[in-house]
Design a protein around this ligand. Structure first.
Ligand code: AKG
Ligand code: FE2
Length: 353
């Protein structure tokens, strides 16, 4: 584990305001920021990321589009998701307002207890898990938003005043959408429609990570968010503008994901890849930095109870289709998750048979 000074980096907002040269902790090793000889630049997409109209499911053509998206990209965009545009705007605006406040106000919900002991919940940077960890050019606010009885409002911002109410409203509206999507995913695999939904006990956590990407004078040398796949069953992403930033890896090639503020993005998470025996892909994605435009995103993660054990659904296994993942307890997955995340590797790969 790193020494104290290394483990308490400044926020990126502070750095961006005061430095001419990027600190070395943020610089990508040369081999990581090159891809096929090009710097962080995505390849042209030959097949676009599908936009699923949730109100049309289970129409056969919409089902086919969804199946193709889940098996290839592992992510898709959704319209008619039942969350009002005004609520999406409100939660995004409150999130941006939070990051625009003075540092002292934001640090009231710092993720460093007593200024040094890291906890996942709160405002700040990622935890430093390994020596020479490359840091991301972004700041985060990480909050547990469910189940209700496990919400710790002491970790939530008090300002802006609307923040708590709009985030709680957005969380409850998102839940309905999550159920529709999980029902459809089970149906596509010919599982009982409740199969995935029933994996969530009343202790299953829902968390939110609000990412704030500050313009970077050398976007060619850093990443806004390092390559990773999401933990949990499913993740949804809301963004504040359509600046090209999010990229997804498919068959070893990076592509830009065309996001925009009113269309939600849904990602398959690692737990879903395991339960679907690899039929649905949990995509590796990253965010590239930008020299001019500030960007914010709000990701919501649907996790499972740490005591729960998951494995490929029995119904999907037969002689010609053996289990591609071993059974794993969620807490064992989580125990390895952050270290792999810090290294830019995937704990999921250690669970393959
Ligand atoms: O900001 C984005 O576009 C992606 C963020 C993300 O991947 C995450 O929070 O897990
Ligand atoms: Fe992610």
């Amino acid at each position: 584990m790193a020494d104290e000074q290394w483990s308490v980096p400044k926020t990126v907002q502070e750095l961006a305001a005061g430095v001419n040269e990027l600190p070395s902790q943020y610089l990508l090793p040369e081999k990581k920021n090159r891809h096929g000889g090009r710097l962080l630049v995505a390849e042209e997409m030959l097949e676009s990321i599908p936009v699923i109209d949730l109100s049309r499911l289970p129409a056969a053509d919409e089902d086919d589009k969804l199946r193709a998206a889940l098996q290839s990209w592992g992510l898709f965009l959704v319209t008619n998701h039942g969350i009002e545009s005004s609520l999406m705007d409100d939660v995004m605006n409150a999130s941006k307002e939070f990051f625009h406040q003075p540092l002292e106000e934001k640090q009231k919900c710092s993720n460093l207890v007593d200024g040094k002991h890291f906890q996942v919940e709160g405002y700040g940077n990622d935890q430093i898990k390994i020596q020479n960890q490359t840091l991301d050019w972004s700041d985060r606010l990480h909050l547990r938003v469910g189940p209700e009885k496990e919400i710790n409002l002491a970790n939530w911002p008090k300002q802006p005043e609307s923040f708590r109410d709009v985030l709680q409203e957005y969380t409850s509206r998102s839940k309905r959408m999550k159920h529709i999507i999980l029902g459809a995913m089970a149906r596509l695999l010919e599982l009982d429609e409740e199969y995935f939904i029933s994996q969530f006990s009343e202790r299953a956590p829902t968390t939110v990570r609000i990412n704030h990407y500050v313009p970077c004078p050398r976007p060619d040398l850093v990443l806004g968010f390092k390559a990773h796949s999401d933990d949990g069953v499913l993740a949804t992403l809301l963004v504040d503008n359509d600046v090209a930033a999010l990229q997804v890896l498919r068959d070893g090639v990076w592509y830009d994901v065309p996001t925009n503020p009113r269309t939600l993005l849904v990602n398959v998470g690692d737990f879903m890849e395991i339960m679907s025996n690899g039929i649905f892909k949990s995509p590796v994605h990253r965010v590239v930095a930008n020299a001019e435009t500030e960007r914010s995103s709000l990701a919501m993660f649907y996790g499972l109870d740490t005591e729960k054990e998951i494995g490929p659904a029995a119904h999907l296994l037969h002689e010609n289709q053996p289990a591609r993942y071993r059974k794993v307890k969620i807490k064992d997955y989580m125990a390895g998750f952050y270290e792999h995340f810090a290294r830019g590797t995937r704990v999921l790969d250690t669970m393959k048979t």
